[in-house]
Design a protein around this ligand. Structure first.
Ligand code: FMN
Length: 218
């Protein structure tokens, strides 16, 4: 009888080969949507974001890679006025109206105990939990690294489903943790305002570092 795991590996290789041989690249519109024309937004139209759109966003974002398939990101969508009231005191003054006017603000967080899920998420290594179980530093480094990567995938996925995005780290993480994650292993990372932008609130585009300033080939 064929080992189902080996059969799944074979099927994955065939699918990857069929996909890779198409030599696809992103078209110009997609690049504009995700990177080159997309802006960070600070003001929002009075237009709701449906639950289905948030689910579609996550379905895309979850496919981005993480080390050992750890997926430590946890997300709280802050939508109700009551929930916004709880979030507001933690924010720097200038960030409050940006959050209040957004239909939804996502708290991008990470779970320090992400490793508890590894038997499901990384079955190739049955001992994976042991790497983090008694090593708080390794757990913290991996949770923050991969949770931040997932936060970036999250923002690009939001743009992919037609949302505008405004990230914010100008807030007191300890206050947010106390209010939303008290007594848990979850920690806040940054916030992402989501909605349909009021484009009158943006500023000029700021410069990006050039290739030669940042990259070297050795
Ligand atoms: C993780 C993160 C945190 C940020 N924090 C804040 C913030 O607290 N307040 C704010 O007004 N903008 C914040 N920004 C917005 C950045 O300044 C903005 O994305 C950057 O200048 C690029 O702008 P652009 O996308 O319009 O080119 C943050 C962006 C990121 C990605």
């Amino acid at each position: 009888m064929t080992d189902p795991t080996l059969a799944a590996d074979e099927a994955a290789r065939a699918a990857a080969n069929a996909f890779q041989s198409q030599s696809l690249t992103a078209d110009e519109t997609t690049l504009k949507l995700l990177f080159t024309e997309a802006r960070t937004h600070y003001g929002w139209q009075d237009r709701d974001v449906g639950e289905g759109t948030l689910r579609s966003l996550y379905e895309i974002a979850k496919m981005g890679p993480t080390s050992m398939n750890q997926q430590p990101m946890r997300v709280v969508f802050v939508r109700s006025s009551d929930a916004k009231d709880r979030l507001e005191p933690a924010l720097f003054e200038a960030n409050r109206p940006k959050m209040r006017t957004a239909p939804v603000t996502a708290i991008i967080a990470y779970d320090l105990n992400f490793w508890e899920e590894l038997p499901k998420l990384f079955p190739p290594n049955p001992g994976a939990q042991d790497i983090f179980k008694n090593n708080a530093t390794a757990a913290q480094v991996n949770a923050f690294r991969n949770g931040t990567l997932q936060g970036a995938y999250f923002m690009l996925a939001a743009r992919a489903v037609g949302l505008d995005v405004g990230a914010m780290s100008g807030f007191d993480n300890a206050k947010v943790d106390d209010e939303f994650f008290h007594g848990t292993s979850v920690k806040s990372n940054f916030l992402v305002n989501l909605g349909y932008a009021d484009t009158s609130k943006i500023f000029r585009r700021l410069p990006r570092m050039d290739y030669d300033e940042v990259c070297e080939t050795i």
